[in-house]
Design a protein around this ligand. Structure first.
Ligand code: ADP
Ligand code: MG
Length: 700
């Protein structure tokens, strides 16, 4: 197998279109894709027909409008190409109309009140900027047409519509900035994104014995295994055979879909891994990340494995995130975040940097909110992932440049990056990077891009990028508004950079983001510390947020309110499912197992006493006492949790209910887990009803 033979073979790409479409239609398509003009119905029919023929040659039987509702995963409803069957014959068809628009009965998707069930219409509309592809699945080979999903009134019911809107906003504003610097060539500025995806693998047989993994994607009980990640022998370690076979298969499936899977390695925790693709334009990266997650799950099954995308499958070892690498680039190949060799003299870069500092400082709350999902609650601020406080890491060199600008230095010098001598004569002296890395920062500059490290592993990267694009559009718009009016551009620009960097320097932090000292320091600087998702949701509907998103037509007020409502709702539902699963497992698995253990122990003690009245039974008695006492604790915790759920569920207001789940239900869940994890360490392995952490993490 050669990568070049299979790469993109399942994608209806530009080159396939060029090959299969009449010249005129292809040209029309290109113009329509760049937003220049609407596609005519005749052209749409031709494109649809060519797409159908191509897909059928690939073995496709159905097509689907593939979209990204507010559930955070993708949705599809398959329609076969079969049409008007007569006399045991049928034609295969895909019309331009079918390609462009669909109307799924969409009343069962979350809409946050945007669409009540009796007004159930939702429309899917073809997103030409993301190519169609075929997906080979057990239910058939399906032609997938990427679409947006909107309500009867045009409100976005998905994550893709606002993403595309945000890309347009940042494009318009960034072009204004480029024009100020005399760039007349660039026609488009695009956000580019490369998401690094972390995940766990677990043996499918063992997975199926754990109701918590099945229902919630994470373990809700489990004592630590004797070995965790303390030896640091897993990270970048040699990849095991079975996992390697999975990765190889996965890469091939992704390459076929045109997803440039690039790096693969073992991650920090046992049975944890990472995959990163080569970055691409933001909307495509969002689609491809969704497809990557889906493909991971599907391919894992073929290898007798299950892929866990949850942010925290196991307590006590690292969880999984998704580093969202983000930059802005032109259609002519210029990266606006590239500082060049002399960032101190690169006025355009410094202006972009000032805009980023302003954007992130102003909207730290929105960025925090964009990376919120229920699983991520276990990660952020937990000493393995960035804290919940947003700050920017610039590294020594840029930090120093900013400090000089802020202090109005006459000429701005650059710290030398220096050379690295290993002391081994046969190893050449290396040129060092200008900056070291800082893995504790949520938003780190890494050479020519920012790495937003907060996003959760199971989450869509759409929200994070909507927020990034929007806040940058706002800052660039403001800069352009001021500078377009200015008399002397260069002086005005330098002054603006000086002002903004001074005003927003508090958002820059190069130190240890995991330390308690930083929490204090951030408080002193007035930076928000939104510990939980529940604290972060209100950021969506502030006046500041409404002004930002409204200005660029990314979200209306009702679209924002809908998203806030869905976030609370999801929080409540997820925790509720977790609590119910715990109740089920405690009542059906753990408590009966512990009772069996005590019964057997009691019987064996009687038998021993009968056989040998003088035998010392103190060990057994102590064990029986301890186990019985933990059993009583578990039972009491269970009895508390059950009625508590009823009380919390009767709360009318959604935000209040979410807070009650957080403040009352989560501690009650912890109280139930504690005695059961203790019991696991005492009860015989052959009685214990489920695979343990050791079984799950070390037998992959
Ligand atoms: P790092 O060493 O910082 O992790 P990598 O080169 O491994 O950087 O890249 C991590 C991810 O960042 C990859 O998906 C990569 O394609 C992506 N990336 C690299 N350059 C850019 C850029 N200019 N814009 C967006 N993403 C980028
Ligand atoms: Mg990285």
């Amino acid at each position: 197998m050669r990568i070049s033979d299979i790469f993109g073979s399942n994608v209806f790409s530009m080159s396939v279109m060029k090959e299969r479409l009449p010249k005129k239609t292809y040209a029309e398509m290109v113009r329509a894709m760049s937003g220049g003009e609407k596609l005519s119905m005749t052209a749409a029919d031709e494109v649809a027909n060519a797409m159908k023929d191509w897909a059928v040659e690939k073995g496709a039987t159905h097509y689907t409008h593939w979209f990204q509702p507010l559930t955070g995963v993708t949705a599809e409803k398959h329609d076969s190409f079969i049409t008007s069957p007569t006399d045991s014959k049928t034609l295969l068809q895909l019309t331009g109309k079918q390609l462009i628009m669909g109307e799924p009965d969409a009343s069962s998707f979350p809409s946050g009140g945007l669409r009540s069930t009796h007004y159930a219409r939702g429309y899917t509309a073809w997103d030409m900027t993301s190519p169609a592809f075929v997906k080979e699945m057990s239910c058939g080979t399906i032609l997938c047409i990427p679409t947006i999903f909107i309500s009867y009134n045009g409100e976005a019911l998905d994550k893709k519509t606002p993403l595309l809107r945000s890309m347009e906003a940042v494009n318009t504003q960034a072009l204004r900035i480029l024009r100020l610097f005399g760039n007349t060539e660039a026609k488009r500025v695009l956000p580019f994104v490369g998401p690094e995806q972390e995940y766990f693998l677990v043996d499918r047989e063992k997975y199926l014995k754990r109701r918590d993994l099945i229902y919630t994607g994470r373990t809700l009980f489990g004592a630590p295994a004797p070995k965790g990640q303390e030896l640091e022998d897993q990270y970048f370690g040699v990849i095991r055979e079975r996992v390697g076979a999975f990765m190889s298969d996965l890469n091939q499936e992704l390459w076929k879909l045109g997803i440039p899977a690039m790096t693969q390695h073992n991650e920090v925790a046992p049975a944890q891994y990472e995959l990163a693709p080569i970055y691409t334009m933001c909307n495509l990266a969002v689609d491809q990340n969704q497809l990557t997650m889906e493909t991971m799950k599907r391919v894992a099954t073929r290898h007798g494995l299950v892929c866990l995308l949850h942010e925290k499958p196991y307590a006590g070892v690292n969880g999984s995130g998704k580093h969202n690498n983000w930059s802005l680039g032109t259609d002519t190949g210029e990266n606006l975040l590239d500082p060049g060799d002399t960032p101190n003299e690169n006025l355009q870069f410094l202006l972009v940097l000032a805009c980023i500092m302003r954007a992130v400082d102003r909207h730290a709350d929105l960025l925090r909110c964009s990376a919120s999902n229920v699983g991520n609650e276990h990660r952020l601020g937990a000493q393995e992932a960035p804290p919940a406080i947003i700050s920017i890491f610039l590294g020594d060199q840029l930090d120093d440049v900013v400090a000089q600008i802020v202090s109005n230095a006459a000429s701005i010098k650059l710290l030398a990056s220096g050379q690295l001598d290993s002391g081994v004569s046969t190893i050449p002296v290396l040129n060092k990077d200008a900056t070291d890395r800082n893995r504790t920062s949520p938003f780190a500059f890494t050479g020519n891009k920012f790495e937003f490290r907060m996003v959760g592993s199971s989450d869509s990267i759409a929200e994070a990028n909507i927020a990034l694009n929007a806040i940058m559009a706002e800052a660039m718009c403001e800069a352009a508004d001021q500078l377009e009016q200015a008399e002397g551009f260069h002086t005005a620009c330098s002054q603006l950079i000086h002002r903004w960097m001074g005003k927003h320097q508090r958002i820059v932090f190069n130190g240890d983001g995991y330390s308690d000292a930083w929490v204090e320091e951030a408080k002193r600087r007035g930076l928000p510390n939104l510990v939980s998702m529940v604290d972060a949701v209100p950021a969506l509907t502030t006046e500041k947020s409404e002004a930002l998103f409204g200005k660029f037509g990314i979200y209306t007020r009702s679209e924002l309110e809908a998203r806030a409502e869905i976030m609370y709702e999801t929080y409540v539902k997820v925790i509720k499912i977790e609590a119910n699963t715990m109740i089920h497992m405690a009542a059906k698995h753990y408590i009966p197992a512990a009772i069996t253990f005590t019964t057997r122990l009691g019987q064996s003690m009687s038998a021993v006493s009968a056989a040998c009245p003088d035998a010392d039974l103190s060990v057994q008695r102590k064990l029986l006492t301890q186990v019985s006492s933990l059993l009583a604790d578990a039972s009491a915790a269970l009895e508390q949790l059950k009625p508590l759920m009823g009380r919390v569920d009767s709360i009318q207001d959604l935000e209040e209910m979410a807070n009650a789940y957080r403040e009352a239900v989560i501690p009650a869940m912890a109280a139930l887990r504690h005695p059961i994890d203790e019991l696991e360490l005492m009860v015989d392995k052959d009685i214990w009803p489920v695979p343990t952490y050791g079984d799950l993490m070390f037998e992959v």
